[in-house]
Design a protein around this ligand. Structure first.
Ligand SMILES: Nc1ncnc2c1ncn2[C@@H]1O[C@H](COP(=O)(O)OP(=O)(O)O)[C@@H](O)[C@H]1O
Ligand SMILES: O=C(O)[C@H](O)COP(=O)(O)O
Length: 400
């Protein structure tokens, strides 16, 4: 064991999708580091998320608060239970939208791409507003709905009416019938609240890269459904832009509005929500930059380290927020980036957990102990160079 009393190590991985949660991964990295640096090392476990699944757990862990649950409706209107969080000071509420409108929650029945809506997410928001919460963070993605956020706003009291003055059908299938949006019943605390919307994709609301064309098929939409949903979203976006005094052409092309079936569209136009990349909102909420500032070593990880990892995912946030002279080690199931690319991108080194040829199924069974061991291997080498030179080797990699 290499003793090092003053060393601070931050273990801040994403989950290994399908095989290990972020909290378990952080613990495995920490155990690996501890086995090398001993009990004196200050090891901070900080499970992270990129705004998708796991974001609620990451924030609850960091806030030290318990999850709460609420009876809501799932994407097809069935009773469901959704988790959400509230910060210890009671000011900030946190919603992981897929808890209510997630695709997995409705995969026990045939998918209903035209009917599915985001009402249940809005029901959580209403509960938070009723509790006096003034800041609401929404992590969206993995949704079953393509309704442009109309279900959400409807839960908050906004009415979407057809030409005859009747409420349109719920879901993306009703969007084309909207003639008028009536905000007169909007929850009284909604406009004054601060809405932060963490988007997991940068697609616009409609068009070939839009919510319906790109994500509709995974929600069960066939070609005709995609056309109907896309036309409905464009129609909605034009009405919203006109109502909110936003330039329609710019609104139709704005990045991120196509996340979670266009859910941001209504929130941005009617509630003034700010959209941010998911990993950015998680990092800000956890003060990742502040924690990394004091680190002597940063250990992170995820299932697969590839080019996508560098585009707004956890590893991207970690490498960008780590001080330039702090080693950043990635432990991953699959490492697609070679060493030159890693160094060029501000990752000191990346190691796969695989010790030899293995199937994903085999690696998945034992991921925690493999992560722990790979972390120990990396720490042994770093500890050796650190303690023998006291210069830490600081392999200067340019942070982008
Ligand atoms: N234990 C594991 N061993 C090897 N590869 C893994 C393991 N767990 C996940 N993966 C790989 O990582 C992929 C998921 O990547 P990940 O980085 O976790 O999620 P995402 O890319 O969605 O952020 C899986 O499809 C699989 O190929
Ligand atoms: O449509 C959605 O819910 C997402 O923004 C994209 O979904 P995915 O990240 O689960 O593919």
């Amino acid at each position: 064991m290499i003793p090092e009393n003053s060393m601070t190590i931050v273990a801040c991985p994403d989950s290994f999708k399908g095989s290990l949660g972020a909290a378990e991964a952080a613990t495995a990295l920490a155990l690996g580091a501890r086995s090398v640096f001993g009990p004196g090392a200050n090891i901070i476990e900080l499970p992270l998320a990129d705004g998708g699944e796991g974001s609620l757990d990451a924030l609850l862990a960091a806030w030290g608060s318990n999850q709460q649950t609420l009876s809501v409706h799932d994407a097809i209107g069935r009773p469901a239970t959704a988790r959400f969080g509230v910060s210890a000071d009671g000011r900030t509420g946190m919603i992981e939208a897929a808890e209510a409108n997630g695709l997995p929650q409705v995969s026990d029945v045939p998918l209903q791409p035209l009917r599915a809506d985001s009402r249940g997410v809005g029901e959580i928001a209403v509960h938070l507003l009723n509790a006096g919460i003034t800041e609401i963070m929404l992590f969206i993605g993995g949704s079953a709905s393509t309704d442009g956020g109309t279900g959400f706003l409807n839960a908050l009291g906004v009415r979407f009416l057809d030409a005859a003055g009747f409420p349109v059908a719920p879901g993306g299938g009703g969007l084309a019938d909207i003639a008028r949006i009536d905000p007169s019943g909007l929850h009284p605390a909604a406009s004054a609240a601060c809405w932060e919307l963490a988007v997991d994709v940068s697609n616009p609301i409609c068009g070939p890269r839009g919510a319906a064309a790109v994500f509709g098929p995974q929600k069960g939409a066939g070609a005709d459904d995609v056309s109907a949903l896309d036309a409905g979203l464009e129609h909605l976006a034009r009405i919203l832009a006109a109502q909110a005094g936003i330039d329609a052409a710019e609104f139709l092309e704005r990045e991120g509005l196509g996340a979670a079936g266009g859910l941001p569209a209504c929130l941005v136009a009617l509630l003034g929500a700010r959209t941010v990349p998911g990993s950015t909102l998680v990092s800000e909420a956890l003060d990742l930059e502040g924690l990394l500032a004091d680190a002597d070593l940063v250990l992170t990880g995820e299932g697969r380290l590839d080019s996508q990892s560098l585009g707004g995912k956890v590893v991207d946030a970690v490498r960008r927020l780590s001080p330039a002279d702090t080693p950043v080690i990635v432990i991953a199931g699959t490492v697609e980036l070679d060493s030159a690319r890693c160094r060029a991108e501000g990752i000191t080194a990346a190691f796969s957990i695989a010790r030899g040829p293995a199937t994903l199924a085999a690696l998945s069974v034992d991921t925690a102990s493999l992560v722990r061991d790979a972390a120990a291997q990396a720490c042994s080498l770093l500890g050796f160079s650190t303690l023998s030179t006291r210069a830490y080797g600081k392999p200067r990699s340019p942070r982008p």
